[in-house]
Design a protein around this ligand. Structure first.
Ligand code: B12
Ligand code: SF4
Length: 495
């Protein structure tokens, strides 16, 4: 008879930056662990601990397996030390183990690089036979054979279900590690299989975690339309968000079905409004379309009731201080609805990491402890034109300018005007409030015009605009948003 074994899966939380997990809507299920669980034989009991929801306690297990970004790798190392002391076999997989295997191996009994599908069944068999190795290479696997995520392990009240429909990207932008991790070709899942997995999800909110939901491959539009139509036809009712490039707006039929199937917000890698800055990181997709195309594209997306969440990078190679302010002005004036304003961060495995390392410009390089600052809300290097301290203080100023209540409220009314949707305006606004909490963590304590400062906000001398819109917003809350919040999160007033 096969003995029952226990596998404990852990998602560690970066203790140096709690802003990512201080709200229900910004704590996400680690899909990779759901796949590891799905690949685990049935005579193994699977337990899961997500540190963004639950305080860490040492639990008994035969194997304890972690996933980790670079920014929470240090925490994974700390927790692994406790388990190793207790004599429990520790495993690390995921993006950080894949990009820094020679470092990670010092902190774990076993590390897995690449995709779990190519390594986990062999690892478990070896463990059972008493011959588990130090390293396994999962490689890039056949996505058509990927198992459905084992969702019942995600017992915490995550706001979103996550689903992945494809992996890989050939674009190789220099700041990004997706091509290294997931390969340079688009690997697409079968649409019927995705729809079947969507039917297994339970939450009203959905995040398609693809890097580019409508990729550059021939037939990508048709595939996306089939997926969105399929959702409508099968009655899969979701409000969803995903990531896409500028070509998302090329096809009106696609936009129609995206909206009809519940798309409210689309994240686009805009990165910069200046061609030289785009060239700095080989953001060729945007260079090809041209920066003049941005507003036309946003308008087209808005016409379908969808908001645009633009990711913007500050501190690119050619950026001078005045370029940072210009980028911030561009965001304020453009019809972008939500904005993620990050500081260029050299992720291990990327071209920019190697370049800045060779130039000796990476200042936060006391690894592994400094990895916990690689969350994009802290400067980690001297750029050719801006020193680390100046970059950081300028960003504090810019974040305060962009993420204060008045600025976000102005954007919210503009989103409402452009999309004519209260739901979309809510998403865009909530999204900015989340970024405000993340970026202004530790910056904002004494500034009452910031959404993070709680009761201090009440003492702020309201400007006329704020006074007036306070009332309008109150009406919108009463008539629309309270209902929307209940519907999405099931907890009145939680957001
Ligand atoms: C969705 C997503 C998010 C979600 C988080 C969802 C979550 N909880 O996982 C959100 C929006 C919150 C997010 C935030 C951030 N993200 Co992000 N994100 C992604 C994205 C687009 C998809 C991840 C995903 O779910 N993939 C699907 C699953 C199935 O794949 P997977 O996790 O890689 O797992 C596979 C393998 O890695 C492996 N595996 C994973 N874990 C384990 C464990 C074991 C034991 C084993 C054996 C195998 C294994 O097997 C799995 C199946 O094949 C990736 C890009 C990408 N394509 O990977 C970026 C990516 C992971 N993010 C990245 C970054 C930098 C961030 C941020 C730091 C910065 C930012 N501002 O966005 C923050 C940090 C958040 C935090 N909490 O600290 C980088 C990470 C690079 C790095 N070295 O860490 C990526 C790779 C994008 C990039 N530009 O390079 N992110
Ligand atoms: S930023 Fe987007 S387009 Fe560029 S390599 Fe990464 S996933 Fe591909």
């Amino acid at each position: 008879m096969t003995r029952t074994r226990k596998l404990l899966l852990i998602n560690p939380a970066n203790k140096a930056r709690l802003g990512f997990i201080n709200d229900q809507s910004t704590r996400y299920m680690p899909l990779g662990l759901g796949i590891v669980a799905a690949l685990t034989p049935s005579h193994w009991e699977v337990d899961f601990l997500d540190e963004s929801f639950e305080k860490f306690t040492l639990r008994p297990a035969d194997i304890v397996a972690f996933t980790s970004f670079t920014s929470n790798a240090f925490r994974a190392y700390e927790l692994a030390a406790l388990y190793r002391e207790a004599g429990i076999h520790t495993v690390l997989g995921g993006i950080h183990a894949s990009m820094c295997p020679d470092e990670a191996i010092n902190y774990f009994d076993t590390i897995v690089t690449g995709e779990a599908e190519g390594a986990w069944p062999g690892l478990i068999a070896d463990f059972e036979s008493g011959v588990i190795k130090r390293r396994y290479e999962g490689g890039i696997t056949d996505i058509l054979a990927a198992p459905h995520v084992r969702r019942e392990i995600f017992k915490y009240p995550y706001a979103f279900d996550l689903v992945q429909t494809s992996r890989g990207c050939p674009m190789a932008c220099e700041f990004c590690s997706v091509s290294q991790m997931c390969g340079k070709t688009y690997r697409e899942r079968d649409v019927e299989d995705i729809l079947a997995e969507l039917e297994e999800t339970t939450r009203p909110l959905l995040f398609f975690v693809d890097d580019n939901l409508v990729n550059q491959k021939k037939g990508a539009d048709e595939r996306a339309i089939r997926l969105f139509k399929g959702m409508v036809e099968r009655g899969i009712k979701k409000h969803w968000v995903s990531q896409a490039a500028l070509n998302f707006a090329d096809n009106d039929e696609l936009l129609y079905w995206a909206r009809k199937s519940g798309c409210s917000l689309i994240l686009m890698g805009i990165e910069a409004e200046k061609p030289q800055a785009l060239k700095d990181v080989r953001k060729n997709l945007n260079l090809k379309r041209g920066i003049d195309s941005y507003d036309r594209i946003f308008t087209k997306i808005h016409k379908h009731g969808i908001a645009v969440l633009a990711t913007m990078i500050f501190g690119l190679e050619s950026d001078k201080k005045e370029d940072l302010y210009a980028r911030s002005e561009f965001i304020r004036k453009s019809s972008i609805d939500s904005y993620q304003c990050t500081i260029l961060t050299p992720l291990p495995g990327t071209v920019i990491f190697e370049r800045y390392k060779a130039q000796n410009r990476i200042v936060l390089n006391n690894y592994p402890a400094d990895w916990q600052h690689y969350h994009f809300a802290m400067a980690t290097l001297d750029t050719p034109n801006i020193k680390i301290d100046e970059l950081e203080s300028t960003m504090h100023e810019i974040w305060i300018n962009l993420y204060n209540k008045e600025a976000m409220r102005r954007k919210m009314f503009r989103t409402l005007w452009n999309t004519k949707s209260f739901m979309t305006a809510y998403w865009g606004y909530a999204c900015n409030c989340n970024y405000a909490r993340m970026f202004l963590e530790g910056v904002s304590v004494n500034n009452p015009n910031l959404p993070v400062s709680g009761s201090a906000w009440k003492r702020f001398k309201h400007r006329l605009y704020m006074k007036f819109t306070d009332k309008v917003l109150w009406v919108i809350y009463q008539l629309f948003w309270t209902r929307i919040i209940n519907q999405l999160y099931g907890v009145p007033g939680k957001h």
